[in-house]
Design a protein around this ligand. Structure first.
Ligand code: AN7
Length: 346
């Protein structure tokens, strides 16, 4: 059952809203044993890379596209650092509507680009950063009367609330900390709204601290001002002027949370650790929270024994180039057993 059908009672859907789905949502929440021990906490990872297009974006996209269809939209438009475009293109393909995606030229991970093209979207590479591409997408959507499916579309954040509901259902309570990467700041805002909604209807009895993590080269919510030239290896969160900054600030303030930044080196080290000790391969942006937890632990600011959920927002397969830049190459041998046994001697 997809997000719309499963949570129709909590979402702004009507009987006219088409119950489209590609099987999004209901992603696993797994206890990361080795890294929990390393950090002295109970660390849970929400595997959003298990969504149909490989990222959390599908939860909100299914709602945005369903509502666009309900309203008779002729086409979808988005700007994206990659995952939104992959998700929009997938749902547009299934719904049979044209989709235009604007990407910052040369700054989108290979897997995401392959997806948008394979799903059949019209892909436009803009010589500018994401923030500029989003301005252009909004303006084009308005003049053409097409539906904009970035997180400025309120239905996106509605659908993304479902991640919070699933965490409460899986844990039977809220975590102490909710650790999440922050780019355009929609997801942290959606999770906060989702947790608050669950508290209002009595499904949980308290709320947790919202801990947002940004890349040091694109950390407007940490520095408190827009970043004109964002730069980070975590291209998904290479965003200098988040459209949902106000909502994210509110989430952090209301929950006594924090924004923290981590360097690219810390992000890549966390990605390698998560893969090699946790068996979980997430894209660089998704590893900003783990990098941040490690940093807070080193600074003596990670309380022992707390329960932390971290959202692994995108699949590691999305960005093979960054992964390959960190690891060695396979050991090449001839097709004979002696050479193989030599390798296995260690
Ligand atoms: C893997 O696809 O903005 O703070 O255009 O792909 O809600 O923006 C992606 C963002 C975190 C940040 N992790 O979430 C886009 C885009 C991954 C992401 C984020 C993104 P928001």
């Amino acid at each position: 059952m997809g997000v719309i059908e499963k949570y129709a009672h909590l979402l702004p859907v009507t009987e006219k809203t088409p119950r489209i789905t590609l099987g999004e949502g209901s992603t696993p929440l797994v206890h990361v044993d080795n890294i929990s021990k390393l950090l002295g906490i109970e660390l849970w990872a929400k595997l959003e890379g298990c969504n149909p297009s490989g990222s959390f974006k599908d939860r909100g996209m299914v709602m945005a596209v369903a509502k666009a269809l309900e309203d008779g939209a002729k086409a979808l438009v988005c700007a994206s650092t990659g995952n939104t475009s992959a998700s929009a293109a997938a749902y547009a393909a299934a719904a049979g509507v044209p989709c235009y995606v604007l990407l910052p030229a040369g700054k989108v991970a290979l897997g995401k680009l392959a997806q948008a093209l394979m799903y059949g979207a019209t892909v436009v590479a803009v010589k500018g950063n994401f923030d500029r591409a989003l301005e252009m997408a909004r303006s084009a959507a308005e003049s053409k009367g097409f539906a904009i499916v970035n997180s400025v579309n309120p239905y996106r954040l509605w659908g993304q609330r479902s991640g919070a509901w699933e965490i409460c259902e899986a844990l039977g309570r809220v975590p102490d900390w909710h650790a999440i990467p922050v780019g355009n700041a929609g997801n942290i805002s959606a999770y906060w709204a989702g947790y608050k909604q669950y508290k209002e209807i009595g499904r949980i009895d308290r709320l947790q601290r919202m801990m947002g993590f940004q890349a040091a080269g694109a950390a407007p919510l940490v520095t408190g001002k827009p970043c004109p030239n964002p730069e980070t290896v975590a291209t998904a969160i290479r965003i200098g002027n988040p459209v949902s900054a106000h909502l994210a600030k509110e989430a952090v303030a209301q929950s006594s949370g924090e924004f923290n930044s981590v360097t690219d080196e810390e992000i890549l080290a966390a990605q390698k650790l998560l893969s090699s000790k946790g068996g979980l391969f997430a894209e660089p942006a998704s590893c900003a929270p783990l990098a941040g937890l490690i940093k807070l632990k080193n600074e003596g600011r990670l309380p022992a024994g707390i329960t932390v959920t971290m959202i692994l927002t995108g699949n590691g397969l999305k960005d093979p180039d960054t992964a390959m830049s960190q690891v060695g190459r396979p050991i090449e041998i001839g097709d004979n057993i002696d050479e193989l046994l030599e390798v296995m001697r260690g």
